[in-house]
Design a protein around this ligand. Structure first.
Ligand code: NAD
Ligand code: TYD
Length: 354
């Protein structure tokens, strides 16, 4: 079959990537969707079971740092659009192992850019390299009501955000230097189904269920701006099709929560859904040593995206959290699978048994 578009989605077996792949495979049967993923500890094909047999879906296990593979895949599938999500994504891991982050996030992105430039050279018309980034590149805000806008200066603090900032600069450099059609979006913290249980929300839901301590960093006063993952995927779809080339859009839900307040909502919701008495799990809250260089507050101003493309979050936070908690409680086998066996040994060696 001749497809209308041939789109490469990198990191499609991860948390956000799996939602983007699912959305595109189902919504655009006339597009071929090639999911390219190395399947690191964070990549899991079980996230995509409902689309794996779709005729317009292909999976390629590959490392974005492998230049010949990137060249071959771009050529083989005549790729005309790239949505690049593959990355190392966990701040705590970046503090322990910054090299892996530089390698995947910086060199991997550069490798993919260079391969796309070579594949598309002289025929940039109708092509797009869309890079998915984070609000963490803007650094940290104080408790003063300010928001990150598209004009906020980059000031990353963690090795993770430094590596993402660097990759964003390379993407823009490929536009400014070679004229490659690129786009960058910077999104706030995502939550929802299929998130690896090292991140706050799935980790804590799982721990509450199993009566394990909830390690709250510092005083729990840090603020994050939470967006339901399907709303991010919808924004990516909209921007991929209608975003202005070479532009940047911030994506966020105007939904700031202090960690400790969010944790109390999680405890209440899990306890209620498990039929436990209110307050039964409050004692699990355990204040632990703060994360090194812990960014105080993130908050995104996404009015440009709202104004220019009409996007807004579809879910209220209460509904999103309820759905998310239900999903993790109903999908214990998924949680067990991703935290078991060889992976578990690796995880415990790196992080201890929490
Ligand atoms: P994730 O860690 O769940 O998934 C990352 C995926 O990339 C995994 O499937 C992994 O196997 C794959 N991958 C890693 N290294 C690779 C390599 N060298 N080659 C090919 N594939 C590789 O991450 P996520 O939370 O879904 O984040 C996806 C993207 O969105 C990242 O670029 C991240 O920086 C960005 N982002 C995430 C959030 C968030 O809250 N999670 C917010 C804003 C932006
Ligand atoms: P996380 O989900 O790792 O996302 P990010 O660091 O990219 O924002 O963490 C969200 C917030 O929760 C962050 O302020 C760190 C805090 N946190 C804890 O207090 N305890 C934990 O065990 C984890 C994983 C995070």
């Amino acid at each position: 079959m001749d497809y209308k578009r041939n789109i490469l989605i990198t990191g499609g077996a991860g948390f956000i990537g799996s939602h983007v792949v699912r959305l595109f495979v189902k919504k655009y049967p006339d597009y071929r969707i090639v999911n390219l993923d190395k399947l690191t500890y964070a990549g899991n094909l079980a996230n995509l079971q409902d689309v794996e047999h779709a005729p317009n879906y292909v999976f390629e296990r590959a490392d974005i740092c492998d230049y010949p593979r990137m060249q071959a895949i771009l050529r083989q599938y005549a790729i005309d659009g790239i949505i690049h999500l593959a990355a190392e994504s966990h701040v705590d891991r970046s503090i322990k192992d910054p090299f892996t982050f530089a390698k995947t996030n910086v060199l991997g992105t550069l490798t993919l850019l260079q391969a796309a430039k070579e594949a598309w050279e002289g025929a940039f018309e109708g092509k797009l390299f869309y890079h998915i980034s984070t609000d963490e590149v803007y650094g940290a805000l104080q408790f003063d009501g300010t928001l990150f806008t598209e004009e906020t200066k980059y000031a990353p603090h963690s090795p993770y955000s430094a590596s993402k900032a660097s990759s964003d600069h390379f993407v823009r450099a490929f536009h400014d230097t070679y004229g490659m059609p690129t786009l960058v979006t910077n999104c706030s913290n995502n939550y929802g189904p299929y998130q690896f249980p090292e991140k706050l929300i799935p980790l804590f839901i799982n721990n509450i269920r199993h009566n394990k301590p909830l390690p709250v960093y510092g005083k729990g006063e840090n603020v994050r701006d939470w967006l339901y993952v399907e709303d991010h995927a919808r924004a990516i779809d909209l921007i991929f099709h209608r975003g202005r080339v070479a532009d940047t859009y911030n994506i966020g839900g105007f939904n700031e929560w202090r960690n400790i307040d969010l944790i109390k909502v999680l405890i209440k919701t899990v306890d209620r859904l498990l039929g436990r008495p209110e307050g039964a799990s409050d004692h699990l809250i355990t204040y632990v040593t703060d994360r090194q260089g812990h960014d105080l507050r993130y908050a995104i101003d996404s009015r440009k995206l709202q104004r220019e493309l009409g996007w807004e979050p579809s879910l209220q936070f209460e509904e999103g959290i309820e759905r998310t908690v239900r999903w993790y409680l109903d999908n214990q086998p998924w949680l067990d699978q991703v935290t078991s066996g060889a992976y578990q040994q690796y995880y415990e060696k790196m992080y201890g048994n929490r």
